[in-house]
Write a protein that binds this ligand. Sequence first.
Ligand code: 2P0
Length: 324
Amino acid sequence: MTNFAKAKAHTNIALIKYWGKRDEQLFLPMNSSLSLTLDAFYTETEVLLDDNLESDQFILNNDIQSLTETKKITDFLNLFRKQAGITTPAKVTSQNFVPTAAGLASSASAFAALGCAMNQVTNLNMDKSTLSTYVRRGSGSATRSLFGGFVEWQMGTCSEDSLATPVDDANWDIGMITVAVNTQKKTVSSRKGMKLTVETSNFYPAWLESAATDLVAIKTAIKQQDFEQVGLITESNGMKMHGTMLGATPPFSYWEPRTLEVLTKVRQLRGQGWQCYFTMDAGPNVKILCRYSDSQKLQKFLQDAFPDNPVIISKVGSGVELLA
Ligand code: 2P0
C-alpha cells in the first residue's frame, strides 16, 4: 500500500499564552490560550505511507534526521496509525519556511502540517477541532495552527475536549511585526521552562487566575473589534507570563538587553499615537501587534532604531490546508 499527502500550516503567536501542562503525557495545558495565525512563517510537509519501508524516515529541510528526532515523529505518527488500525511505515519530508533570521519556533506549524497530512493518508477524516486533539500531542501550540486568524485552544477537561476552535478571521486590518533579537537556540526550552515554572513559581497561581480573566476580556474585545483593548490585554498577559519565571526556583528569564530596548521603542511609538503592542514567547524576540496598514511605516521606524536586527512584517495567516 502507498498513500501520499502534502499539507501546509502557518505558525501562530499567542496573545493569551499557554504556559504550563497539567498532564505531560497528554499535553493537557494548565490554562486556555488564544493566538493569531501568521502568514509569513509556515511549514510544508509530505507524508508517504509505504509498506516497502523498513521503518519511518524523517527528512527536515533536506537533512535526514537522527534516530532520536525520528523517534519523536514515530511516536506522533503512531497516534494516527493506532486509530486507523494500520502499522505502515512513513516517509516524512518537511520544509520549514520560517527564516532562521526570525528566531521563531516552528513546532506549531510543523506538527499542524504533519497532523493534517496524516489525517489524510490514514483516511481518518477528522474535522480540524478533533484533529487538534491529536496535533496537541506533538506540540501544544500546534493545536492553534490548524485554524487561521484568532484561534482559541480550550484547556478542556480531558484529552478529547482540549481542542482548538476558530474565534475570528482577524480580517480587520491586523498585522504583526517580529523584531529578532537573538536567533540562537535558547538555553531553557519552553517545555522545561514551563515545567519549572509550574512546579516552583510562587506567582503561578496568580498567572492562572489572570490568564482566565484575560481570555474572557480579549474575546469580548475581538468581538467588538476593539483593537486597543486587544493590544493592551495582549501586552499585559505576555508580561505576566514572563513574570512567573522570575518567581521560579531558580529564577530565569528569556529577555536580553535588546529585548527591553525594543519594548521601550514600542511604548515610545505608542506615545506618538501608533497603535502597537508587544508580546514575547520563550525567547528574547519581540512580536508587535499592529494595524497591517501601519506595518510598513512601523517596520521602518523599528529598523532605523535597530539596524542590526531583522524586522519582519506578517499579515494574518490562514488555517492548515492540503496541497496534495
Ligand atoms: C504559546 N509557548 O502559547 C506559549 C507561550 C511559548 C510561550 O507554546 O511542550 O512548543 O511542545 O507543548 O507549544 C511554546 O511551547 O510546547 C509555547 P510543548 P510549545 O505559544
